[in-house]
Design a protein around this ligand. Structure first.
Ligand code: PLP
Length: 417
């Protein structure tokens, strides 16, 4: 007798769809395709030799521990290293504040599990990281989307949404995915003050902060929050939970991220993580520690910055050279993405089909909006990744994309080109 699995799926899974990006990645894997769609780090900068040495050393000297079950909180030396490492950005964390997760993506899922009841509203930027929406959707999240611009989230628009009592805000202050924008220092202070005024906590997702190609690091929200706490001498639990990852600095295949939070929140997350996967791979954690230690990670990040800065500049130059003047784009100071705005009336979904015929791919902007009246806005945008392709592929890919853009502009009679 066959079982009708479909009729047995839990209610919370009914509206869940696959990630558009993951689906796109399948289409764009033809060898002749130049894809700006994925958020992939450049494989040519993976420190493979260093991984090889680390694996050999770990298996020779520490194999019994590295292959054993481990603590849910994570491998202690790695947690200590992370606490030391983030101190340079002013984030004062002890080991007990750090929980290692299976990528930041698991951190988002655990946060959803811990905080979201069906129907709770989460305040997000418009546009925002699609993977966070996917993680929160399962728990029945609804969204309040607040517009962002070149300086990140529009904090001048926040008071009213905050007054309506969202469960928390989810914010990407550095080199936002997909926008490539950075939240200005003034807005960071304003955001933290408003969070405190209305008692709405912040999830600060920062996978790209270290990949800065120009300018100074503005203080993380978690640091501003701590400073305000000290000055007010008030409550001892911060308003900000901070997330980051080794995916963009070492290798995404490790699946290693971390959460920095007050110890009682960590304790609760640990309980939830036990039910999810007991703990993050011990082997991956021990290897990551061995690879990153003795200053290697810092040196490696310098190399990544150099390679990605060059690729960003190549993309910016190519856009200027090939794209019609009616199209605009962000100038990201770091990270992996830039965000293109097409003239009014353009439709990135049909543009995507035209682009595929030209053998070039991007992510249509509408994937990154959580709704609330932004669906039309999404149609005018595309997210382009500049970390993955070699400079000559980036130039050629932008040339091909410009052909597709001009074709749609002609077809829709958007402007004379
Ligand atoms: C903003 C943001 N958060 C989280 C993640 C997930 O990263 P991880 O590979 O650590 O799961 C990504 C991945 O691209 C991201 O862009």
């Amino acid at each position: 007798m066959s079982t009708a699995w479909k009729s047995r799926y839990a209610q919370r899974t009914k509206d869940i769809k696959s990630s558009t990006i993951r689906e796109l990645l399948k289409i764009t894997q033809k060898p002749e395709m130049i894809s700006f769609a994925g958020g992939l780090p450049a494989p040519d900068v993976f420190p493979i030799d260093r991984f090889q040495e680390a694996c050999k050393r770990v298996l020779e000297l520490n194999g019994h521990q590295a292959l054993q079950y481990g603590a849910t909180e994570g491998y202690e030396p790695l947690r200590e290293m992370i606490a030391r490492h983030i101190a340079r950005y002013g984030i004062k964390a002890h080991t007990e504040n750090v929980l290692i997760t299976s990528g930041s993506q698991q951190a988002l899922d655990l946060i959803g599990k811990l905080f979201i009841n069906a129907g709770d509203r989460v305040l997000v930027e418009a546009p925002t990281y699609l993977g966070a929406l996917q993680a929160f959707n399962v728990y029945g999240a609804e969204y309040i989307s607040v517009q962002s611009d070149e300086d990140g989230l529009r904090t001048d628009l926040l008071e009213e949404p905050l007054r309506s009592g969202p469960k928390f805000m989810y914010v990407l202050p550095n080199f936002q995915n997909p926008g490539g924008t950075t939240l200005s220092e003034g807005r960071r202070h304003q955001l933290v003050l408003l969070a405190d005024k209305y008692g709405i906590p912040i999830i600060e997702d920062d996978p790209y902060g270290q990949l800065r190609y120009e300018g100074e690091h503005p203080p993380p929200l978690v640091v501003i929050d701590r400073e305000n706490l000290r000055r007010d001498g008030g409550y001892s639990i911060g308003n900000v939970i901070y997330l980051s990852t080794f995916s963009k600095t070492l290798a995404p295949g490790l699946r290693l991220g971390w959460i920095v939070a007050p110890p009682d929140v960590i304790a609760k997350l640990v309980q939830l993580k036990q039910g999810a996967d007991l703990h993050t791979s011990t082997f991956a954690q021990v290897i990551a520690y061995e690879v990153a230690k003795d200053g290697f990670l810092d040196e490696h990040v310098k190399l990544i910055r150099k390679v990605y800065r060059e690729r960003r500049d190549v993309m910016l130059e190519a856009l200027k050279k090939y794209f019609p003047s009616e199209v605009t784009w962000t100038h990201p100071k770091g990270g992996l993405f830039l965000w293109v705005t097409l003239p009014e009336g353009m439709d990135c979904k049909s543009l995507f089909d035209i682009a595929l015929k030209e053998n070039v791919a991007f992510v249509p902007g509408d994937c990154f909006y959580a709704g609330n009246g932004f669906s039309d806005e999404g149609r005018r945008h595309m997210r382009l990744n500049f970390s993955y392709g070699h400079p000559e592929q980036i130039r050629e890919g932008i040339r091909r994309l410009s052909v597709a853009v001009k074709q749609q502009m002609r077809e829709l009679q958007v402007a004379h080109v």
